[in-house]
Design a protein around this ligand. Sequence first.
Ligand SMILES: [Mn+2]
Length: 334
Amino acid sequence: MLDKITIPSEGYVDYANKIKNFVKQNKKRTFYILPHSHVDPDAVSSSIIMHSVLLKMGIEDSYVLYDSLSSTSKILLSKYPYPLKSIDEIDFHKGDVLVVMDTNSLTKLPEKIREKIEKKYFKLVVIDHHLPLKQLTRLADLYLYFKATSTTKGVVYIYLYLFKTFPKSLCPFAIAGILSDTGFLRYSDKDDISLVNTMINLLNVSLKEFSFLYKSWDTLDKSLIVSGLKRAKYDTINGKEIVFTHVGSEESHLCNLFVQLGFNISIVVNRRYERLSIRMDSTTRHITECLLSNLNSRGFECGGHEGVIGCNMTSKSDKEIFSDIKNSLKECLR
Ligand SMILES: [Mn+2]
């Protein structure tokens, strides 16, 4: 079943070999796998699968760490327990290997560890599907960036390539990681669907088993939707329908909803946390990379992956933000 899955892009094969060589050269070291803070199911699942890769390569001195878990990750781990270690329990030693999962940014990692990474205390490996930022790439000894909808999927392919099989016990994590980062397959590609399908059949369960990962927009506070729409500004750029608004919470959730409602691109600002969320539909997601670098050159601090961008903002006003983004969109949608 799973051994019949073909690994889609050559990138994964290359990455699998890079990991293999890195592990071979660093066999004597302790390996710590660290997902980003407030661990979501993609981060925890990809970390657990990566842990199995290391164990299977003979690295017994390896651990999955966490600082805090998201509510859905807590449910996942209560249904499918896996031993994790709290980062507070660990005394790190110089030259340990830190494998950072599902993040491209130091600021998303526990504070306790940031300075150590910056001072090159660890050998650093990064495995992630967000577009790489300079800050971490220059510190990493090995940086594996997948152009994928989830980090989990990339690590599943690495596992499959290296060992020609995939254990049933890891399937729930593979499914959860993929479902969680694709909005329960709403933003999936065909590889996501075939992987999830194969594993669901292998486990002989229904997708319902994972419904705790399904965030339906009708769980959103209705007043949030109303106020978001009231303040919304609309525009058309190169035939694409754009919506722009600001709210006090749940900006990425609302952003997501606008795309489901039919906008090609939605931009939602969260004034309270000075964050900005952008989502693109299937007709515009190809501009993600262009938009990201364009926005960063305009003084935003953005990261993201195909179709999804999140930014920290400076003190720009709504007007300035909208006009900056409009100009970026004009350049990228050409
Ligand atoms: Mn992710």
